[in-house]
Ligand binder design. Structure first.
Ligand SMILES: Cc1ncc(COP(=O)(O)O)c(C=O)c1O
Length: 392
């Protein structure tokens, strides 16, 4: 592989249903002219999700961030919440908007989710909840976190933004913890353009979430709490339902891509892959993270990230920097040295993965990475598209 791709290959590309199918759905919306405020499509979508997750306790939102923000508000979480610095910034923003103090603790090195030992050590009398993230859709240490939450009487909340379609032991990952939030953002393997979903254990929360996402209205003339506007609209619901029909095919195409990447990349010195998942996990193949060991690979993660752009390949550094290093959270004191998170954030790179990515392109991306590694003996900055691919 010496030539750059003709068109840019981005880290993701949303699945789109056949246009004719979508237009047919739009006709229904045009007929009713019902665009938002609990329209028929949102109601139908909620019903489909109740079946999908095998629970009545689902609540749809216009995005995942507001869903999680409202979840914390509705559950009355306050004081301190133990969470991870290795995530998308929205996980911490929702704490900020609820005036909750984030307590950042370290992650475990295999799948990058909260380290339960560090969580337990960080509990204080002010701790009210654990907010853990299934990073890349890899399940957290579910049993350990549940034990800690039970022992210390804490709520266990999962940011499952990446984990739609993930099952553990034959059950959806939504059934673990007190509540989970799924993001239906277009960058996710499953999406409704924008959108978010809460699934939860306590049925009584449904009414509260419904108020909070609709200004606190109870009927036409009564406002029972200071809510906001976080309702999903009909076009989002239409997209969500249509993409849902294709979920098995989306996941199976992504699975083939993961397999090929892993097969090719495991042989490259300095590239670390996550360990194989336990047999009882059905993964959604949402992301393709690798870690770059700059000494062994002969090039830093950042140089590889930049170099790939020369071939028109746009990987992403999810998640870099750590949340606690963003300017707006610099004043949050962090007791944990975050040794693992600090190392991972400097080494992580997520490679392009989406259902429509041809396997030949995956091979070509791996060829580029391999050739860059092989060429480390030379000055790697001299290697670029058009240069001869060094032999192994
Ligand atoms: C881990 C995580 N949490 C929260 C969010 C926010 O979700 P949304 O974009 O749907 O608001 C995202 C991504 O977008 C995310 O990756």
């Amino acid at each position: 592989m010496t030539k750059p791709f003709e068109k840019p290959i981005y880290v993701t590309r949303p699945f789109l249903p056949p246009l004719a199918e979508f237009c047919q759905g739009l006709e229904e919306i045009w007929e009713t002219a019902w665009l938002t405020n609990y329209g028929p499509l949102v109601q139908r979508f909620a019903e489909e999700l109740r079946r999908f997750f095998e629970t009545d306790n689902v609540c749809l939102f216009n995005n995942g961030t507001l869903a999680l923000q409202i979840a914390l508000q509705g559950m009355g979480i306050s004081g301190e919440v133990i969470t991870t610095p290795y995530t998308f910034v929205a996980t911490t923003h929702v704490l900020y908007w609820n005036k909750i103090r984030p307590i950042f603790v370290d992650i475990e090195p295999d799948y990058y989710s909260l380290d339960p030992e560090k969580v337990e050590a960080a509990i204080t009398p002010w701790t009210s909840a654990i907010l853990a993230v299934h990073v890349y859709g890899y399940p957290c240490k579910l049993n350990r976190l549940a034990d800690i939450a039970r022992k210390h009487n804490l709520k266990l909340i999962y940011d499952a933004a990446h984990a739609f379609g993930v099952n553990v032991g034959g059950r959806s990952i939504a059934h673990f913890g007190d509540l989970s939030m799924f993001s239906f953002h277009a960058t996710k393997l499953y999406h409704s353009i924008e959108g978010g979903l809460l699934t939860f254990k306590e049925s009584g929360l449904k009414g509260v979430f419904d108020y909070l996402k609709n200004f606190g209205f109870n009927g036409e003339t009564e406002v029972v709490m200071p809510g906001t506007n976080a309702k999903m609209n009909e076009i989002q619901a239409l997209m969500g339902m249509q993409v849902l029909k294709h979920l098995p095919e989306i996941v199976s195409k992504r699975e083939k891509i993961t397999q090929l990447y892993r097969e090719r990349l495991k042989r490259i010195p300095g590239i670390r892959l996550t360990p194989s998942l336990p047999a009882d996990v059905r993964y959604n193949h949402g992301y393709m993270p690798i870690e770059v060991d700059s000494v062994e690979f002969g090039m830093s993660r950042d140089d590889l990230y930049e170099k790939l752009k020369d071939w028109n390949v746009f990987a992403r550094r999810y998640f870099y920097p750590l949340i606690c290093d963003y300017a707006c959270y610099k004043n949050v004191s962090v007791a944990d040295p975050l040794a693992v998170a600090r190392q991972v954030t400097e080494r992580i790179l997520t490679l392009p993965i989406y259902d429509a990515l041809p396997l030949d392109d995956v091979e070509a991306i791996c060829d580029v990475i391999e050739s860059l590694q092989c060429s480390r003996a030379k000055s790697f900055m001299d290697i670029g598209p058009g240069a001869e691919t060094p032999s192994a």
